[in-house]
Design a protein around this ligand. Sequence first.
Ligand SMILES: NC(=O)c1ccc[n+]([C@@H]2O[C@H](COP(=O)([O-])OP(=O)(O)OC[C@H]3O[C@@H](n4cnc5c(N)ncnc54)[C@H](O)[C@@H]3O)[C@@H](O)[C@H]2O)c1
Length: 400
Amino acid sequence: MSKVKIGVFGGYRGMTMIRQAIDHPDASLVAVCDKYEPLLEQCRSLASEHGVKVELFADFDDFIQCDMDAVVLANYANEHAPYAIRCLESGRHVMSEVLTCATLKEAVELVEAVERSGKVYQYAENYCYFNTTFEMRQRYQRGDIGELMHAEGEYIHDCSSIWPQITYGEREHWRNTMYSTFYCTHSLGPILFASGLRPVSVVGFETRNMPFMRELGTKAGTAGMEIVMLENGAMVKSIHGGLKREPGSINYQMYGSKGSMETDRWEFGNLHVYLEGDRNCVGEHVRYVPEFTIKDAEGAGHGGGDFFTTHYFVRQILGDDDARKNSIDVYQAVDMCMPGILAYRSILNGNAPQVVPNLRLKEERDKYRNDDIRYLVSNEDIPNSVFEMVRQKWIKGEPG
Ligand SMILES: NC(=O)c1ccc[n+]([C@@H]2O[C@H](COP(=O)([O-])OP(=O)(O)OC[C@H]3O[C@@H](n4cnc5c(N)ncnc54)[C@H](O)[C@@H]3O)[C@@H](O)[C@H]2O)c1
């Protein structure tokens, strides 16, 4: 294969991957699918500016017929797994945006579809590839801080001002019906990726739904939290949602038996490392800005993370072993996502702990094969006028 022929499904967030596929030396963008015509128009203009021929589709069934090796899924966050399975079954490699799956049943089906297909499945959890989080991974794998005892991951993003631009005033948009703990992989993912450890149980918590979000169309708890136990007994706090803090907080901490690492809470890109010496409680603290392992990542979206996901996807398809080792496979993808689903089950059951299955083991799958509970937060009693108001703001480009 000379260049990987890529199709992108979903053209809003997908525009990032569309641009990357156009620019990447080992890839070519061949198709885009989105039912929203203005996005297809943008793609048409972009493709002609770059002298690239791209087929445009409004319907997935037509798109999937197109001649392509790989599909990037940037469609609705709670609809990825069924489309991933269809793409794998049609012989395509898949890179999925966050989240991995919406139910435990989908998690089992996805794992088995990847195994059957023999194709590349890669999870695009771009927060694992900041200069800081990737450095934490390299240091942890080298043993710098010993064995993980506790970690925290935080993705605080108050989306109220951009709500009209990301929900368009649609009552049933996934952002309006998702529950507090669903969107958990930006906070939990980098800890699992860095440590290589598997979650074994989870307890969930959420804040109340706050009026500033209800007035925009959602009744979900405004922030959610998962307290996760890992396979080695380490504990993890993963918190995400719309708390009031500007700029938002993307922050990670890892405490090990020989030291600790944490990203700077206010100066994004800085990492603090404490390494203990031979004596208890005596060691060195350094603060620095880690360099990207690939310089091309500098300036890419989401702190450089957007570069690595697409780059490693393309390189992995071409057989690059380094790309494979640095990518998130389907097992780790479901490990990152299932705690969010199960944390909500925990909330609904008085914060009772929930077992997180190990779907690498075939014998653990049957218990979840028919577990198709799809949690959604109803906003039925929010009047139509709220959604119409949000829709007007979207049309006029006004903040929420
Ligand atoms: N990793 C990140 O940093 C990051 C940032 C933003 C969004 N995302 C993810 O990207 C995905 C898309 O989010 P978004 O912000 O673009 O908003 P969105 O979910 O509203 O956009 C999805 C797009 O896909 C199109 N689409 C969905 N289903 C379709 C179908 N059946 N046929 C044709 N078109 C269809 C929609 O028209 C829309 O343009 C989500 O999974 C979200 O979690 C990730």
